[in-house]
Design a protein around this ligand. Structure first.
Ligand SMILES: *[C@@H]1O[C@H](CO)[C@@H](O)[C@H](O)[C@H]1NC(C)=O
Ligand SMILES: *[C@@H]1O[C@H](CO)[C@@H](O)[C@H](O)[C@H]1NC(C)=O
Ligand SMILES: *[C@@H]1O[C@H](CO)[C@@H](O)[C@H](O)[C@H]1NC(C)=O
Ligand SMILES: *[C@@H]1O[C@H](CO)[C@@H](O)[C@H](O)[C@H]1NC(C)=O
Ligand SMILES: *[C@@H]1O[C@H](CO)[C@@H](O)[C@H](O)[C@H]1NC(C)=O
Length: 395
């Protein structure tokens, strides 16, 4: 299985490297400044807010949002199918998705199966394809997340979401086809119960898991992909084949955001629940010192890396590599990000300086879809659509 994964990764790499060559140079730059409030060519627009009412039945609660986003959702799924058919010209892969996946929907825990069915019905798209779309995020997301504390003890949690690696490099436009199609699907969602906001999130229309969210006044949470030999593909395949004792990672983050009651409780749930694939959970609380990066294997917690203000660790930053190991040299977003934060210093932490860091290449790259800034104490979540005009590093 590991071989299969490595082989398919190599195949994909080979496929794109030729056309990427001219975009590969590092394109690193000095730490940006003055990028906030968002402006200029790296800012593509604000993100619309929707409300999802958790008092409604799971099948119904996404209808309004999906009726607005039907067309871009259909375009994205078509592009993914075209890619699948380019790699497997027999059409077999799409056939499996349409015929086999729907039979698995009933095995998803409440409320996810019903929500996905409701989304497929509202969009008028095949159930198997909507389920595949929900699985996709568990595999193709690369990111940068950070929680930083200022000198007054206030916490800031922010992230770039980079999505679409390997999903169709557009040679003419120097863009990732899927990343482009994804941007119109980015939404901010306010989840309410009894007319009260339970949590808020930056998400993708049609996706029921969570990658970025905040429980006002209590905690903030983001998830980053973690690559490992015992990786996501194996867990996903096992799940399809019937071994279902692990939880989808983004379902776990959704459950924690929806039903978690404190930083400590969420930390325990995120580190102890058995999951389908390795992941990083980046969690921020509501008081000084409350932030950590949880490095997860599928059935164990490998490490919890906490803020440590007395020792001078006033931020924790995670890209897609274990913090105690060096990142891959061709994908080092960590060093430039840390360089900018170190230059900023704890006394100058703010949405503006964090946004500057997240706007600096290669922390900002061709895959970057959105930037979210969260402040738990001020109850604010701001999110912006991003763009990285050429010349820009592809990932
Ligand atoms: C490529 O760029 C052109 C001009 O900006 C645009 O019209 C076209 O839709 C783009 N193609 C894709 C696949 O994004
Ligand atoms: C929520 O508020 C609306 C009007 O603002 C009201 O009609 C409705 O009954 C409320 N729902 C709940 C569950 O309190
Ligand atoms: C949160 O808890 C409620 C009540 O127990 C439950 O109905 C709901 O499905 C839970 N939400 C998630 C996402 O697990
Ligand atoms: C911080 O979160 C706890 C729950 O963990 C809550 O009881 C407390 O009121 C929160 N503090 C603030 C300042 O909101
Ligand atoms: C940033 O500062 C930390 C703490 O002083 C240090 O460990 C790290 O090496 C610095 N990183 C960079 C890239 O400057």
């Amino acid at each position: 299985m590991v071989r299969l994964r490595m082989f398919s990764s190599l195949l994909l790499l080979g496929y794109i490297v030729g056309s990427l060559a001219q975009d590969v140079p590092p394109y690193t730059e000095d730490c940006r400044s003055g990028t906030y409030p968002p402006n200029g060519p790296t800012f593509l627009g604000n993100i619309e807010w929707y409300t999802v009412n958790l008092d409604q039945a799971p099948h119904e609660r996404w209808q309004k949002l999906i009726s607005d986003k039907k067309a871009p959702l259909a375009s994205l799924l078509q592009a993914i199918k075209n890619l699948a058919n380019a790699f497997f010209p027999s059409g077999k892969l799409v056939e499996i998705v349409d015929k086999v996946l729907p039979s698995l929907i009933g095995t998803l825990p409440y409320p996810y199966g019903d929500e996905i069915k409701g989304i497929a019905d509202a969009a008028g798209l095949p159930l198997g394809e909507i389920l595949m779309y929900n699985i996709f995020y568990e595999i193709f997301t690369v990111c940068t997340s950070v929680v930083a504390e200022d000198t007054s003890g206030k916490l800031y949690h922010a992230r770039n979401l980079d999505f679409g690696l390997f999903l169709g490099w557009d040679v003419k436009n120097h863009t990732w086809a899927v990343t482009e199609l994804l941007r119109p699907l980015v939404v901010n969602v306010k989840f309410q119960r009894n007319n009260k906001t339970v949590f808020v999130s930056t998400s993708f229309a049609g996706y029921v898991g969570m990658l970025t969210g905040m429980k006002p006044g209590i905690f903030t949470l983001t998830m980053n992909e973690r690559y490992s030999l015992d990786g996501g593909y194996i867990g996903v395949l096992e799940w399809i084949l019937g071994k279902r004792d692990g939880m989808w990672m983004s379902f776990l983050t959704r459950s924690v955001l929806e039903n978690g009651t404190s930083y400590e409780e969420s930390k325990t749930l995120l580190s102890k629940t058995k999951i389908l694939a390795p992941a990083y959970f980046i969690l921020g609380g509501n008081k000084s010192g409350e932030a950590c990066v949880i490095t997860r294997a599928r059935d164990s917690c490998l490490d919890i890396w906490d803020l440590d203000i007395p020792k001078g660790r006033w931020y924790v930053l995670e890209t897609n590599y274990d913090h105690w190991k060096a990142p891959l040299p061709v994908d080092d977003r960590r060093t430039p990000a840390m360089k900018c934060l170190n230059k900023t210093g704890q006394k100058s932490v703010s949405f503006a300086t964090i946004y500057d860091m997240l706007s600096t290449k290669p922390v900002l790259n061709k895959l970057t879809t959105y930037t979210t800034l969260m402040s738990v104490s001020e109850n604010t979540l701001e999110a912006y659509l991003r763009n990285c005009p050429s010349p820009c590093v592809p990932w």
